[in-house]
Design a protein around this ligand. Structure first.
Ligand SMILES: [Zn+2]
Length: 412
C-alpha cells in the first residue's frame, strides 16, 4: 500500500491550528486544559469527525481517535503527540506529530484505503509540564508510571487540579487509563536541537532517548573580607564550584562522540557582594549520556570531582540526586520501519538519540515505539520563533505514513 501525503494540506492545518492562542511574535500559547487547548482539540476533532473517525477519551484526558481497519479485533497501530504548548511556544512542537497523523488519515481517505489493523491518532494531555508538573504526565499515566489519582490531583500555580481542569474544559473521559493497548507507536517531532540542520540531514531516525540525572549541590565555605584575607587561607565556595564546573566541562568536551553532556543551569551565591568571598553556593547539575553504564561512570566522576573541589578549597560539599530518567532504547522493528521510510525518500538521514523527553518515552514502556525527527531552524524550540520548513514537515509525515502503514498491514 503506497500512499502519498499532501504536504500543502499538512502545512495549512499547522497554520490553522496556530491561529488558536496566537502570541504577539507568531508563536502559540495553549497551556494544557485551558480554553485555548480545548479549542485546539475541538478543531482537530472536527477535522477527524469529517473523516468518520471515532473518539474515546480516557480519564486523564488523552484522546484516542480511531480510523477503523479491516480487522478491528486487532490492536491499533498508533501515532500522535501533543497539542499543548509552552506559554510562549511555537507552532510545531507536538502539533506536527498530531497533524501529521491527521494528514495520514486524510490521505488514506482520499485514496479510499483501509488498513488491516485499525489506526489510532493519540493526543496526550499536558505534555509540556508548564501548567501541571511534571511534563508528559498523561502518557506516563497511560504507561503506568503515575497513578490516575495522583495525576488528577496535580495542581497548577492557581491551585486548580488537573482533574478540575479536565472537567472544566470537557475532556474528563471514561476510558480506563492504559486502554487501548497499542500494537505500536510512532511519534513525529521536531528535533529541538541543531544536529540535523548542522549536518544538512532531513530525517532523524530516533533509536532511543538519553538518560538524565539531576542533582542539587551545596558548597559551604566561609564568607570573609576580600581585602585582608590571603588567598591561601580562604574557604571560597564559588571558587570550588567553578573548579567543579571546569573539570566536568573538560571531561565532557573530551568526549569526541559528543554523548556526554553536563549542564549547570542554576547557580546561587548566598548574599552576594563584590568585596566578600562567597561563603555559600548552591548549584544544579544535569548529567546526560546515551549509555546507562557511562551515565553511572559520569555520576561517579561528578561525585569524585565534587569531593576533590571541596578538599582543595576547604569547603564542605553535599549533593542530592533529585531525579533520574534511565536511557531508553526504542524497539528495533519500529526503528527499522522508520529507517526504511527515510531511505525510500532518498534524503540524507541519521540514526540518533533524543536529547529531550517525549510522550514516546513513556509509551515505549508498554508498546513497540520509535520516533521520527525533522530539523528545526537553528535548533530552537519552546520559543515563538520555532520553525520547521513545509518540505521537512511533509517529509517527516511521509516517513510516518510509510512506517504506520507497513506496521498496520503486516500479516497478523
Ligand atoms: Zn513536544
Amino acid at each position: 500500500m503506497t500512499v502519498s501525503i499532501d504536504g500543502q494540506r499538512l502545512w495549512s492545518s499547522l497554520m490553522s491550528m496556530a491561529e488558536i492562542g496566537p502570541t504577539a511574535n507568531g508563536g502559540s500559547c495553549r497551556l494544557a486544559l485551558t480554553g485555548e487547548d480545548a479549542a485546539g482539540r475541538r478543531l482537530l476533532l472536527d477535522w477527524c469527525e469529517a473523516l468518520g473517525c471515532t473518539l474515546r477519551v480516557d480519564r486523564v484526558g488523552n484522546l484516542f481517535i480511531r480510523r477503523a481497519g479491516r480487522r478491528d479485533d486487532l490492536a491499533p497501530v498508533a501515532t500522535g503527540s501533543h497539542l499543548d504548548t509552552q506559554p510562549k511556544g511555537g507552532r510545531f512542537d507536538g502539533i506536527l506529530g498530531v497533524l501529521a497523523g491527521l494528514e495520514v488519515f486524510r490521505a488514506l481517505e482520499d485514496q479510499g484505503l483501509v488498513t488491516e489493523r485499525p489506526l489510532e491518532l493519540v493526543v496526550w494531555t499536558n505534555e509540556e509540564g508548564s501548567r501541571f508538573a511534571p511534563a508528559m504526565v498523561a502518557s506516563g499515566t497511560y504507561a503506568g508510571v503515575f497513578s490516575v489519582d495522583d495525576t488528577l490531583s496535580r495542581r497548577d500555580a492557581d491551585g486548580v487540579t488537573l482533574g478540575e481542569a479536565l472537567e472544566a474544559c470537557g475532556y474528563a473521559g471514561e476510558l480506563p487509563v492504559g486502554e487501548p493497548r497499542l500494537d505500536g507507536f510512532f511519534e513525529l517531532h521536531i528535533e529541538q536541537g541543531p544536529v540535523l540542520e548542522d549536518a544538512g540531514e532531513s530525517i532523524g531516525v530516533v533509536t532511543g532517548v538519553q538518560g538524565m540525572r539531576w542533582f542539587d549541590v551545596t558548597l559551604e565555605g566561609q564568607s570573609a573580607h576580600a581585602g585582608p584575607t590571603p588567598m591561601r587561607l580562604r574557604h571560597d565556595a564559588l571558587a570550588a564550584a567553578a573548579h567543579l564546573i571546569d573539570r566536568l566541562q573538560a571531561h565532557a568536551l573530551a568526549d569526541a562522540g559528543g554523548d556526554t553532556k553536563v549542564t549547570f543551569g542554576c547557580l546561587e551565591i548566598d548574599s552576594p557582594s563584590r568585596n566578600v568571598i562567597p561563603g555559600e553556593v548552591r548549584l544544579t547539575v544535569d548529567l546526560r549520556h546515551v549509555v546507562e553504564a557511562e551515565l553511572d561512570a559520569l555520576q561517579a566522576l561528578f561525585e569524585r570531582e565534587l569531593a576533590a573541589a571541596g578538599e582543595t578549597f576547604g569547603v564542605a560539599v553535599s549533593q542530592q540526586r533529585i531525579w533520574a530518567s534511565p536511557v531508553v532504547a526504542f524497539a528495533p522493528e519500529c526503528i527499522e520501519a522508520v529507517e526504511a521510510g527515510a531511505r525510500a525518500q532518498g534524503v540524507p538521514y541519521r540514526r540518533m538519540m533524543s536529547g529531550a523527553g517525549h510522550d514516546a518515552v513513556y509509551v515505549s514502556r508498554v508498546a513497540p515505539t520509535s520516533m521520527i525527527f525533522v530539523p528545526c531552524r537553528d535548533g530552537i524550540s519552546h520559543n515563538e520563533a520555532e520553525y520547521a520548513s513545509p518540505e521537512h514537515c511533509a517529509l517527516g509525515a511521509q516517513v510516518l505514513c510509510d512506517a504506520l502503514l507497513g506496521r498496520a498491514n503486516r500479516p497478523a
